[in-house]
Design a protein. Structure first.
Lengths: 384, 185
């Protein structure tokens, strides 16, 4: 099958949607399909052979965070040309409701279009206002996929209709084995001291909840000598360190943005991986990666995490936003190696249901359902 | 320099033109929704036929005991021959029959083990995979069809569409409601 995938966000900036598309494209290519991805990308970005750049994206505030989106006549023309030259059997648009390439692709194409909805948020007036504008483009999508129940609920509330649920995949084997970073997680020491906590995600994005973890560290770091914190993800490292009390600063290591390889090593470098997210998370790809690495997990009890962690069996949960509870739960885990081992094993087993081979198979079934006769995707005769 | 009435006429000509463009755009949108419903319906029918065919194939495969084969073959046949009124019931019955068959203790294990016992290597595995795919596609196709129907029905309720005969003679499409919960193993 010839598949055209549209990515709405800048390729070389780490993010859940980009990662999803990369893994899907590679899983589909792996079983013999031809895949082309169009995406915003920086001019000097190195792109894999299956990726086509639609030009640079502009950072704009959207849906509570700053997103880098591509829009305008130039992007629209590039998308149109890509559709025309690609002669795809099916077009797979990600996050079509975002004002970026996905929406432009819906606008420009006729034929079998699959749309995958990633984001989930509370019913918001802003989105309700934009819904009628989106409608005429989104009506063209013939098969809708949601990556989580939360994303599906968001979709139904804002745009109506329904979607099939195909959860995100994880390239589990990519995370399974790695050497820890040098000096981490440190030698085991007695009860009540030492240990390494880890966090991965955008450090300047409040919804990722780093501030909750920092407050918990402020409490726990004082009462537990030798406790260290490993932080990785995009954001200003100096600004993060400045938020830590001066006497605790030498026990916080900020890696900043890390390579894929170092990211995997980071998961293997900590005693407890903390996911303090406050919400807005539809699935938690970071959580699933940590599970694949067998990291013992402590996560906030938001709906998506509760489900992925099987209600606490594959990772400990604490009340969302409660830094005292986080500190207490982390301390308990750090003092109980047997429990950590058990969580690690459970996590590795639970994450198998999310492996990419299973996801790609389901997505292919969707493609085959919407594009049975191979009529293909063509450039729309007129606008949406 | 122009008489006032020319300005007036030009203004009304422009208004009529814009209204025409708008109505035509709405008609195009509605037409596209109807096409989407028809395409989705064809895909749904294809998925249902495929599922019944796989069920029959499984029934005829000699991998099952005769009683199970008979249950499956009957349900698949009923689903294929049901008239429009009974279609949804018959397809739901096929879903239930498939689940009952697959839920038998050690069903999947027995089918997968057929590789070593029989000459037709891997037949059990292949037919089980096909069944999984066919059942999943029914779920997808039905969701996409109902989604298209919902969009078309909302569009048909709009004032402009009811006042002007933009929908033509296209019948108001109906939802397809069945129990399509797939068998799991």
């Amino acid at each position: 099958m010839r598949v055209g995938i549209v990515c709405p966000y800048t390729w070389n900036v780490p993010g859940g949607v980009q990662q999803h598309i990369r893994d899907l494209a590679e899983a589909l290519t792996g079983v013999g399909h031809q895949v082309s991805v169009i995406t915003p990308a920086d001019d000097d970005a190195e792109l894999p052979p299956y990726v086509v750049s639609a030009g640079r994206a502009v950072p704009v505030p959207y849906n509570g965070s700053v997103a880098r989106l591509a829009f305008g006549f130039l992007s629209a023309a590039r998308v149109k040309r890509w559709i025309n030259e690609g002669a795809f059997d099916v077009l797979h648009v990600h996050e079509p409701a975002a004002p970026s390439l996905g929406l432009l692709a819906c606008w420009a194409a006729d034929g079998p279009i699959v749309g995958t909805f990633h984001a989930s948020y509370e019913k918001s007036r802003v989105v309700s206002v934009t819904a009628p504008i989106l409608m005429s483009a989104l009506e063209k999508i013939t098969g809708r996929i949601a990556v989580s129940e939360a994303a599906r609920t968001t979709l139904v509330e804002h745009l109506g209709g329904d979607a099939v649920l195909i959860p995100n995949g994880v390239a589990t084997e990519r995370y399974a084995m790695a050497d820890p970073l040098p000096g981490w997680p440190g030698e085991p020491v007695g009860r009540g001291e030492g240990g390494a906590l880890g966090f991965l995600g955008r450090m300047d994005e409040p919804r990722k909840g780093l501030q909750v973890l920092l407050r918990a560290f402020d409490v726990l770091g004082r009462r537990r000598p030798g406790l260290r914190l490993l932080l990785a993800g995009p954001g200003d490292a100096d600004e993060v360190v400045a938020r830590v009390a001066p006497e605790l600063r030498d026990r916080v290591v900020v890696l900043g943005m890390v390579s894929e390889e170092d990211k995997v090593r980071a998961y293997h470098s900590v005693d407890v991986f903390v996911a303090p997210n406050l919400g807005g998370e539809s699935f938690g790809i970071v959580l699933a990666e940590a599970m694949s690495a067998g990291a013992p997990i402590l996560a906030s009890d938001i709906e998506a995490f509760d489900r992925v962690l099987l209600g606490g069996r594959a990772g400990a949960l604490f009340p969302v936003g409660d830094h005292q509870a986080l500190a207490a739960a982390a301390e308990e885990l750090l003092d109980d190696p047997a429990r950590r081992k058990q969580l690690s094993t459970e996590a590795r087993t639970a994450v198998r249901a999310y492996d990419w081979s299973a996801v790609a198979r389901d997505v292919l079934r969707v493609y085959e359902t919407v594009a049975p006769d191979g009529a293909g995707v063509v450039v729309s005769g007129r606008g949406a | 320099m122009f008489p006032d009435w020319i300005i007036d006429v030009l203004f009304w000509v422009a208004v009529v033109f814009l209204v025409g463009v708008y109505v035509s755009w709405r008609a195009t949108r509605l037409d596209r929704l109807h096409v989407r419903v028809e395409t989705a319906r064809a895909a749904l029918d294809a998925a249902l036929v495929r599922r019944a065919a796989v069920a029959l194939e499984l029934a005829a495969s000699r991998l099952l005991d005769p009683a199970t084969s008979l249950v499956l073959a009957t349900a698949a046949h009923e689903a294929r021959t049901a008239d429009a009124d009974n279609r949804e019931f018959a397809e739901s019955d096929l879903s239930r029959a498939l689940r009952a068959v697959v839920d038998q203790p050690d069903f999947a294990a027995t089918l997968l083990a057929s590789v070593s016992q029989q000459d037709d290597r891997g037949e059990g595995r292949a037919v089980l995979e096909e069944l999984g795919a066919a059942a999943a596609k029914v779920v997808y196709a039905r969701s996409f069809y109902n989604d298209a129907v919902a969009a078309a029905r909302i569009a048909r309720r709009k004032l402009l569409i009811r006042v002007l005969p933009l929908a033509g003679k296209a019948p108001l499409p109906g939802f397809f409601e069945i129990d399509d919960d797939p068998p799991r193993w």
